[in-house]
Design a protein around this ligand. Structure first.
Ligand SMILES: Cc1cc2nc3c(=O)[nH]c(=O)nc-3n(C[C@H](O)[C@H](O)[C@H](O)COP(=O)(O)OP(=O)(O)OC[C@H]3O[C@@H](n4cnc5c(N)ncnc54)[C@H](O)[C@@H]3O)c2cc1C
Length: 389
């Protein structure tokens, strides 16, 4: 019997496990995938995500792992570039965009160092319940095909946007829409290592996130039908991607063509956006499993880090005082929803690709919202302080 079993060992799950293990709880973290490994995701952290890494004492490790410090942001609106230095705020003055294989395994290592046990190659296939319906553990299947039962006082689904745990747990959907846009990205050498770039053109949003190994993640988001020529280009996908960049955002397109493209194109379209019920007796959802938005706002990892701390705080209270579980878990969901709603609405507006001047206005609103969120995260009391209070 564990205190907590967490299903999914990346941004949301590993961070939750680490925070709970740090409070002395007996935590098992499971994932069907082996780490380190990449996942389908670009990985530009906005200020709030960096605030969390810094507060958790992990930012130095991310930098030591080779992610360059991003000190400048370039906004290029229909060919007019503006470069700004990132101002110090909420305790950070630079951003980072670590490769997921680096970030996720660093988080999982931090969880095991705090005392959590990590079991990869284990797929959750269902949940266990007591007679009164309370969730009491998970059923799983090991890589060798063995069926296992793992019992816990609390089960956390952190299994991403295709969450099967949400289905096993019966989490209802509170709000949803489907994005009408698509994204493609690849990795390129030869771009500036210290500048995030955002390029806005009609029906196009492109950008650059400098990352590990001297490479930069270069991405393009457009309404889905406009990216069909890339999706259907087969082995010529990379060429089709560069051609679209050159046409839409010529300065970036030229620099990408001059650099070396280091990876095959990855992409996805029409992602689901939703907010799910986040808890019930004996269970909770965290990260994309409970709350997902299109990556046009580059916010998923920060959401995961925010919710990991909110949830760990609620579970910590619940395990110490089981009679307080309903109130603590309800507060987790309420805070998650209150902190997320503005960016959720802005995501919906941005994915509709309004004309560039309106798109820019929305980006400015987003930037304000993200800075306020970073301030709020910087003033989170932290688990130990919460307990003391
Ligand atoms: C194209 C794209 C670009 C993005 N770009 C950005 C960006 O620039 N910045 C940003 O902040 N966010 C970005 N995001 C969002 C970000 O990737 C997610 O929000 C983030 O990965 C959520 O983390 P998570 O831990 O909740 O889920 P995930 O990272 O999806 O991890 C879930 C884990 O659960 C495991 N799992 C699943 N099912 C089971 C099971 N049954 N049993 C055991 N294990 C299981 C999986 O193997 C996986 O390791 C992007 C997303 C996409 C798709």
């Amino acid at each position: 019997m564990y205190d907590v079993v967490v299903v999914g060992a990346r941004c949301a799950g590993a961070a939750t496990a680490r925070l709970l293990a740090g409070q002395g709880h007996d935590v098992l973290l499971v994932d069907k995938t082996r780490l380190p490994s990449d996942t389908l995701s670009t990985h530009g952290l906005i200020r709030g995500g960096v605030v969390q890494l810094s507060r958790w004492g992990l930012l130095d490790r991310v930098l030591a792992g080779g992610a360059p410090e991003i000190t400048h942001v370039r906004f290029d609106i229909e060919g007019e570039p503006k470069v700004r230095r990132i101002k110090p705020r909420a305790g950070v003055d630079a951003l980072v965009a670590p490769r997921r294989r680096v970030l996720d395994s660093l988080l999982a290592d931090a969880a095991t160092e705090a005392g959590a046990r990590l079991r990869t190659g284990l797929t959750a296939t269902g949940v266990l319940r007591s007679d009164d319906g309370r969730v009491t553990g998970i059923e799983g299947r090991s890589a060798g095909g063995d069926r296992v039962e793992l019992r816990a006082r609390m089960v956390v689904g952190a299994d991403g946007r295709r969450s099967r745990m949400a289905g096993f747990l019966g989490a209802g959907t509170l709000e949803e829409f489907t994005s009408p846009c698509a994204v493609f990205y690849t990795y390129v050498t030869g771009l500036s290592p210290d500048t995030y770039e955002f390029h806005i053109a009609r029906d196009a949003f492109a950008g650059v996130f400098p990352t590990n190994d001297g490479e930069a993640c270069v991405w393009l988001i457009r309404p889905t039908p406009l990216l069909e020529p890339i999706r259907t280009a087969g082995t010529a996908r990379t060429a089709a991607f560069v051609e679209q960049l050159e046409l839409l955002v010529p300065d970036l397109g030229r620099r990408v063509r001059a650099g070396r493209i280091k990876a095959r194109m990855r992409g996805t379209a029409n992602l689901p956006n939703y907010r799910r019920q986040a808890h019930g007796p004996g269970w909770a959802l965290v990260g994309d499993a409970g709350y997902h938005r299109d990556p046009i706002t580059g916010h998923g990892i920060t959401d995961a880090f925010r919710d990991a701390e909110l949830l760990a705080t609620a579970i910590d209270h619940s395990l110490r005082d089981p009679s307080g579980e309903p109130a603590a878990m309800a507060s987790y969901q309420e805070t998650r929803d209150a902190m997320g709603c503005e960016v959720f609405d802005l995501t919906r507006a941005l994915t509709a690709f309004p004309p560039p001047n309106r798109f820019v206005e929305l980006q400015l609103q987003l930037s304000d919202a993200l800075e306020r969120e970073a301030d709020a995260l910087a003033s989170f009391p932290g688990l130990t302080a919460t307990l003391a209070a």
